[in-house]
Every structure is written in structure tokens, then in C-alpha cells.
Design a protein around this ligand. Structure first.
Ligand code: PEP
Ligand code: MN
Length: 338
């Protein structure tokens, strides 16, 4: 419920209502504005009947929150959120580019990838140290050794690092190495992991599950925010459909829909979204045109030798061409590729 107080309401009125909301087992939110104080009550709104807020002398109006994703929706929070990853703002006017290999393989591979993406204007680097692979026999990542390689290349290039977390117990272990945690598609429904990430204030890039509806995706984000971390960035990375020509079907409807319904920044991953190197650049441009806040792209110095996702990784010269051609699409959507 959104409770708007009258301009004449006092701080004591607000505190009394907030305490009542808490007593009834709902989560109270205090949002003082310039002219009016707005109070949120999150949870089962039916219990609020007992307070008879409609006839409370300090209350101007009441509005139920209709969406199930109350904190990440625009009803309580109409303006776009901007989330800072290291020194890079994601959301708002800027279009952010995160690029790098699927997995951290060797110090040389990582440095070559990072230097190539930095030289062509990427703002952040990516690289998985913990790799949740479909097969238990595939390369699983270098773990903490991979994080150390990320940190050293980050210091050398000045690019902040985004890397995937697969276990809630690793939040503290990863904290000194990354500027943002990535939650992969396979873990979008891992509510224990989401709640653990609610305990930190470091940004979380949450990828959409392989077969998750938009509502399930937004509710997964709600888990992190409700647990205390509002620095969440969403990432559309393609979903399973009947189509088999491409690895996934990149759902650009979801980008426009989420931008409409949620204030959180939205990225697009055209690498996993298509699974086909030749399609990455066209879909990156489409993502910019539809109004995404940025892209996350796989780039490898020698994709033929990649230990994972080589078939969808761009060669450095292809990434350079992507960056050179995406600008008009970014600007058409009213953003800047700074
Ligand atoms: C990745 O980013 O390398 C990855 C595993 O992505 P997803 O979780 O979207 O499959
Ligand atoms: Mn990958």
C-alpha cells in the first residue's frame, strides 16, 4: 500500500503509522518528499484494514500496490535507478559496455582480452572464475585463482570487474576481487543465493533464468532488494523457446516491458542470447535501439582456443567493429556511449 500523508502531517504522525505497519507484520518504508511524506507498507495489505487509514486525520490518500514486485516496480519508485559499478554508472543516460571472455583461463588470455576491450571503449570487464557448466565434465573455472587474475588485470587496465557467484557462501570471498557480482541464468531461482546477496551493498547483475517469465525475473530481483541490497541490475540473456537455430531466443520484448514496469537498469547479453558469433553485433545494436542500459559481450583473444563459449565469443577486431557501429543505435534511443 502507498500511503500519502497530508502536507500538514507531522513527523510524529508518520512515526505512529510506521510503527503500526511494523506491528502488523508488514515492512514499513519511509519516503519523505519535499511537499509530502509517502509511506509504503509491504506485505499482505489486508491486515491494514485494522488501522482504518482512510479516515486517519494525517492521511491524504491510499493506493494499493498492484504489482507483486513492489520494491523493484515503478509504483513506489517512478524514477530510473542508476547503479554504480566501481566508477561506472549503469542506468540513466549512459549506455554501458561490459566485455571480456566467458571464463578466466590464463593471465595472458585475460590480459589480452581486457586490453582489447579497453582499447575499444568497454567500461567494465567480465570473466567467470566459477563456471556453472551444463556438463560436470566441462571446464568449471579456476575459482579463487581466477579471481586473483581478474584483480591483477583490473589493476593493470583500470577496468572494474564483473564475475559470477554460484554459492551464497562465496559473497565475502569474492568481495575484494569484484566490482559487481553476476548471478547466472542457472541460479536466478536460487533464493538462498539471492538473499545472501541482499546482505551486501555491492551491485548484483541478475541474469534472467533459462525459462523464467518476466514476473519471476522481477520477483528474483525483489528477493535481493527486500533483503537490503537495492543495487540490482537486470540482464536479459535469452530464453528457451521452440526455436533451435539459435542457442536461445533473445527476448527484446522483455527489455521494453521491464523498462516500463521497473526502475532498475536493464542490460542485454547478445552472446548467450544468440549463441552465434555472427548474430552478436546485430542483436547488440537491437538492444541499444530498444532502450537497454548496456550490453555484456563475450570477447576472446583467440575464440578457437576458448575453454567455454568460443563459438559465440567475438574476436577483438569484431568487438572493435561492434563498438564502431553501435553508437547511432545508442543515440537513437536517447543515450550516450561515453
Ligand atoms: C556467462 O555469462 O558466461 C553465463 C554463464 O551466462 P548465463 O548465466 O546467462 O548462461
Ligand atoms: Mn559464457
Amino acid at each position: 500500500m502507498i500511503i500519502v500523508l497530508k502536507p500538514t502531517a507531522t513527523e510524529a504522525d508518520a512515526q505512529e503509522i510506521l510503527a503500526d505497519i511494523e506491528r502488523l507484520g508488514l515492512k514499513p518504508l519511509h519516503m519523505p518528499g519535499v511537499e509530502r511524506v509517502v509511506i509504503g507498507a509491504l506485505g499482505d495489505e489486508r491486515v491494514l484494514r485494522e488501522l482504518n487509514l482512510a479516515s486517519h486525520p494525517a492521511v491524504e490518500s491510499l493506493k494499493p500496490i498492484l504489482t507483486p514486485y513492489k520494491l523493484v516496480g515503478r509504483e513506489l519508485h517512478p524514477h530510473d535507478s542508476v547503479v554504480n559499478v566501481g566508477n561506472v554508472p549503469i542506468g540513466g543516460q549512459r549506455f554501458a559496455v561490459i566485455a571480456g571472455p566467458c571464463a578466466v583461463e590464463t593471465p595472458e588470455q585475460l590480459l589480452a582480452a581486457a586490453q582489447a576491450v579497453k582499447a575499444n571503449g568497454a567500461h567494465l570487464m567480465r570473466g567467470g572464475a566459477f563456471k556453472p557448466r551444463s556438463s560436470p565434465y566441462s571446464f568449471q573455472g579456476h575459482g579463487e585463482d581466477g579471481l586473483k587474475m581478474l584483480k591483477s588485470v583490473s589493476e593493470r587496465t583500470g577496468l572494474p570487474v564483473v564475475s559470477e557467484i554460484v554459492d551464497g557462501h562465496d559473497v565475502d570471498l569474492m568481495e575484494p576481487y569484484v566490482a559487481a557480482y553476476q548471478v547466472g541464468a542457472r541460479n536466478m531461482h536460487n533464493f538462498t543465493l539471492l538473499k545472501a546477496l541482499g546482505q551486501t551493498r555491492k551491485p548484483v547483475i541478475l541474469k534472467r533464468g533459462l525459462a523464467a517469465t518476466i514476473e519471476e525475473f522481477l520477483l528474483a530481483a525483489e528477493y535481493i532488494v527486500a533483503a537490503g541490497n537495492e543495487n540490482v541490475i537486470l540482464c536479459e540473456r535469452g530464453i528457451r523457446t521452440f526455436e533451435t537455430a539459435t542457442r536461445n531466443t533473445l527476448d527484446l520484448n522483455a527489455v521494453a516491458f521491464i523498462k516500463w514496469k521497473s526502475h532498475l537498469p536493464v542490460l542485454v547479453d547478445p552472446s548467450h542470447g544468440t549463441g552465434v558469433r555472427e548474430l552478436v553485433t546485430p542483436l547488440a545494436r537491437a538492444a541499444a535501439a530498444v532502450g537497454a542500459d548496456g550490453i555484456i559481450v563475450e570477447v576472446h583473444p583467440d575464440p578457437r582456443k576458448a575453454l567455454s563459449d568460443g563459438h559465440q565469443s567475438l574476436y577483438p577486431h569484431e568487438f572493435a567493429a561492434l563498438m564502431a557501429s553501435i553508437k547511432p543505435f545508442v543515440e537513437a534511443a536517447g543515450k550516450v556511449l561515453a
